[in-house]
Write a protein that binds this ligand. Sequence first.
Ligand SMILES: NC(=O)c1ccc[n+]([C@@H]2O[C@H](COP(=O)([O-])OP(=O)(O)OC[C@H]3O[C@@H](n4cnc5c(N)ncnc54)[C@H](O)[C@@H]3O)[C@@H](O)[C@H]2O)c1
Length: 337
Amino acid sequence: MKIRVGFVGCGGIAQRHMEALFKNPNVALIAFCDIEIERAKRSAEKFGAEDAKVFDNAGSMFEKVELDAAFFCIPPYAHDAEMVAIEHNVPFFVEKPINLYLDQARKIASAVEKRKILTSVGYMNRYRKGVQIVKEVLREDPPILVLGGWISGTPKPSPETPIWRWWIRKEKSGGQFHEQVTHTVDLARFLCGEINEVCAYPAKGFNRNVPPEYNIEDASVVNVKFANGAIGSFWASCSANAGGGGVTLSIYANKTTALFTRWEHDLRLLRMNMEPLEVPGEPNIFEIEDNAFIDAIRLNDPSKILCTYMDGLKTMEVTIAANISMETGKPVKLPLP
Ligand SMILES: NC(=O)c1ccc[n+]([C@@H]2O[C@H](COP(=O)([O-])OP(=O)(O)OC[C@H]3O[C@@H](n4cnc5c(N)ncnc54)[C@H](O)[C@@H]3O)[C@@H](O)[C@H]2O)c1
């Protein structure tokens, strides 16, 4: 029996997951929902099983189609339908960040726990081989200094890239730190343990050729303290147009330096008295992440999933705390009340 999958949101990232799942012989993509129904129709034509159905609201999809799994690929402000998936006992995958509103995310998390729903959050970098190696090494040699983030150019909205409709609006995306650097924060938590304090600084007003609704930070720096005593600094910039930025995460311990670079998180691992180790990042990481979720459902083995909803909620708390700190100018302790 194939795992019957339905999608909520058929935009940019959903296409990557559909491509990955389409290749999996254990999966049938049978339902597609998007508030812009044309996008659902196009996805169904390209990836759908013979009798695939399309919807313009998630409630009808869960009501009318029996699903074994749902994929939520919607913007941070739009997470209203997870509760419906839970009511129908449907395991779900949700893209990062899991939400924009902490209250809503906490309600979803407690319903997930109560109903014992299998969940997976789209922090795909956790599945990388290089990341697994570093996690093992840092068990013996604890991290001390953690640095990383995402630096890119000024957003250029266009009708072909629907993401920009909401990405440049703080009240919809939560800003670059919450929406994008969430990957780095999550990986730092995965490798270095919990963060218990943040202090953030925003920079605004430098990006000038942007639409009037652009109101996110042009850059931010977020200093953090880890529970083990380590410290870190994360950064975001969407104002560096001359290049030289990119995605990085560097972790320094007494006898270990782990340097991750590029979106693929290529690893260069330096250890005292050992040859450097290079591990290229997997280009097909969405496939690896999605197959793990599907296998967890098929084999009833939750251990295949490396980030549950509850874990994703902890990462969300860090980036929301950073947003609070940017607003108040004060350090914020975690967990949030
Ligand atoms: N893991 C990654 O590397 C990665 C990469 C890109 C995006 N993302 C995340 O995925 C999410 C979606 O991003 P995207 O780039 O696909 O955005 P997008 O704007 O391209 O697509 C979002 C889609 O959701 C639809 N939508 C909005 N509200 C909806 C609702 N209530 N019900 C059904 N459909 C709805 C929109 O019409 C749109 O088609 C975001 O949280 C983003 O952070 C993750």
